[in-house]
Write a protein that binds this ligand. Sequence first.
Ligand code: NAP
Length: 287
Amino acid sequence: MADVAFLGLGVMGFPMAGHLAAKGHRVTVWNRTSAKAGTWVERHGGQAAATAREAAHGAEFVMACVGNDDDLRQVCTGVDGAFAGMDPGAVFVDHTTVSARVTRDLAGIARERGLGFVDAPVSGGQAGAENGVLSIMCGGTEADYARAEPVMAAYARICRRLGDSGAGQMAKMMNQICIAGLMQGLSEALAFGQKAGLDGEAVVEVISQGAAGSWQMVNRHKTMLKDDFDFGFAVDWMRKDLAICLATAEEIGARLPVTALVDQFYKDVQLMGGGRNDTSSLIRRLK
Ligand code: NAP
């Protein structure tokens, strides 16, 4: 069992840190809004620290799950950031969805300080975090990954190293590119079925077991048919992720025509007041 710090107790980080404690790791948590850290300690034991730097001091592994590139940079390299507190040889594991560019920058800074760094964005949503069954896509050296993998196993269904620093984030981009087009297709099919007067749930029971089946179809069709979007992975987060995908596509010369279009459709949902809606709210534009 290891000494682990966890930074960022949001929708994802709170339950992920809980799984580490449940497995017997010695966990110190830090959250920018300290009340959440207090609630976490009441529920799971362990300790809360006043800063990321303090939480990281003495930890063998420092896990983070914050918001975007700027947030991660601040949490790593700020005056009270984690890198300032980490001991040489410790490994930083980042579960935030960020650009590969910031990942490679921070991994380089970590290396200069004798620290390990693994980018490890996740897929599986709030339910995946709560049930400890996330898919984790990793980048970093083989040695850093080999050390971090048994710790991440506390909340993973599958965890793989896919290449050097940034490879985990590039893989997460592939994940989001898949979801964007798929979600628009699912929205169009369900809205089409409703206009045609079909029983959407009955149709999905059949087609989800054929070639059209998907996680989104199985887990989201009922709420999409009922216009219930007040949960899940927020449209605002999805637009952050798609902006990263589109900028990266420009850099590497890849073409993402459907992803670019769906990004604009998500902008429509934001303008309809749905920024905090689940990404399945794409269907709202079609009703
Ligand atoms: P969230 O509930 O909004 O939590 C964000 C966390 O980051 C909070 O603990 C927040 O602290 C902290 N934070 C944000 N900016 C910070 C800063 N500048 N300094 C320090 N702490 C900061 O978000 P989430 O849903 O857990 O998502 C976290 C990350 O995972 C995002 O990158 C997201 O894209 C990714 N992700 C989310 C899902 C999902 O289904 N939710 C799925 C896969 C990946 P406060 O409490 O003080 O605000």
